[in-house]
Design a protein around this ligand. Structure first.
Ligand SMILES: [Zn+2]
Length: 425
């Protein structure tokens, strides 16, 4: 039964709801090697088991011979080789480059193959990925306008400025002066005009990396005061090596962030765009587990009941909270992106719970959430296996027929994401 279901799933069209990929044209030109594929995620585990940030930085220094760089991380591999992050990376390399094992000679052989660039379109075609959403910063969206496979999603929460430099960037990109909240509002409006022009249907809010998700009704006096403090250069940022987003605890900036998030939600409503929230576990280390909880979003959801809201990663490890929010609120949808390679057993259990608790139209099954299409393919393989494990279990227990299971999987992999995110495949 399992083999048969897996074969069927592998033939189904897939809408990949979540990546962080370059335009396919630039991915083809970029020279990558195996160590590049360890960012994001595998590097978190490497640093969690003791590899220092400094050594990780050296391991990524391409001026050094590959063998030397490999040796820097080699002794840590036995500690992390059973983690799903590592296995899914290897899976992608096996599937796309025929890599057999993680040894220096195999890595060097694969590096030679990678020299010709990575062909996103060809890899996606081979694995039935019809379209992928790629999550990017809040500006530079036009870069994807001629992409055949990628649909950009701007991370609008980056418009909450945390430093003078970020204010300058926002002013440059929006063409508006950000001297007070009115200016900030105009800058946000100018960016949404670009999104509308590009026909975008979705925005992402990712400030869960810096705060708990209690996006209360903005207190404009406090928000204004905080913007002034940012302008005065009172906040300094910490940036971990390899980390894309700036890691600034929002303890003193929450009201300003609330202001930006509510303003963006208002703009999204006017533009008919959906709101996608990061919930749950974070990429990179040194994060606050309290910021994983999706339950804090309840008030915001209540206040935006007429807008479609998607919760990414199901608020893992506190998945029950996102399941409840989706059950209570007709406008809340769940996206399994990334969850599959975090914790396979929990994913399988969660799929079974979702079938029992929730309507089937609220679920998006797959998003790789990685930076190269090779890793996307590895994650897809694991995601399909997780689905097979969960659904064949339900069939075996007499809860679903095989035909029902197939129909649900087809919807979750393709029809639902297209409908929920309103993107054509
Ligand atoms: Zn992501």
């Amino acid at each position: 039964m399992r083999e048969e279901l897996l074969k069927k799933l592998k033939e189904m069209p897939v809408f990949d709801s979540h990546e962080h990929l370059l335009h396919e044209r630039d991915m083809l030109k970029k020279e990558t090697d195996v160590i590049d594929f360890m960012t994001p995620y595998v590097c978190d585990n490497l640093m969690s088991c003791g590899l220092s940030e400094k050594v990780w930085q050296e391991a990524n220094d391409k001026r050094k011979p590959f063998g030397e760089r490999f040796a820097l991380i080699g002794k840590y591999i036995p500690y992390i080789q059973n983690t799903t992050y590592f296995k899914s990376m290897l899976r992608g390399l096996k599937e796309c480059c025929g890599m057999k094992e993680f040894t220096l000679s195999e890595c060097e052989r694969v590096n030679e193959l990678l020299k010709k660039g990575v062909d996103t379109e060809a890899l996606f075609r081979e694995h039935n990925i019809r379209r992928a959403m790629t999550f990017v910063g809040y500006y530079g969206i036009e870069y994807f306008s001629d992409s055949k496979v990628l649909v950009p999603v701007p991370t609008v929460s980056y418009m909450a400025p945390k430093s003078e430099e970020e204010i300058r960037i926002l002013e440059k990109e929006s063409g508006e002066k950000v001297t007070g909240l009115d200016g900030l509002k105009r800058a946000i409006g100018a960016m949404f005009a670009v999104y509308r022009k590009c026909g975008l249907k979705n925005i992402k809010i990712g400030s869960a990396y810096n705060r708990t998700l209690d996006y209360d009704v903005p207190d404009t006096d406090r928000a204004e005061e905080q913007l002034l403090r940012v302008q005065r250069g009172e906040f300094s940022e910490v940036r971990l090596y390899g980390q894309n987003n700036r890691n600034l605890p929002m303890a003193g900036l929450k009201d300003l962030d609330n202001f930006v998030i509510w303003e963006c939600a208002g703009q999204a409503r006017k533009a008919g765009m959906n709101i996608i929230f990061h919930t749950g576990i974070h990429a990179w280390n040194r994060n606050d587990p309290e910021a994983c909880h999706a339950k804090y979003l309840r008030k915001f959801i209540d206040a935006h009941a007429d807008q479609k809201i998607v919760l990414l990663h199901l608020g893992y490890p506190f998945t029950a909270e996102s399941l409840l929010l989706s059950k209570y609120y007709p406008n809340v949808y769940l996206d399994f992106a990334w969850l599959h390679i975090l914790d396979r057993r929990e994913t399988v259990r969660t799929i079974k719970k979702v079938i029992e608790l929730l309507p089937t139209n609220k679920i998006v099954a797959f998003g790789g959430d990685v930076c190269t299409p090779v890793n996307s393919v590895g994650n897809l393989e694991i995601s399909l296996e997780n689905m097979v494990q969960a659904f064949s279990g339900l069939i075996g227990e007499g809860e679903l027929t095989a035909a029902e299971a197939e129909e649900i999987c087809r919807a979750w992999l393709h029809e639902n994401p297209m409908k929920i995110y309103e993107v054509k495949a």
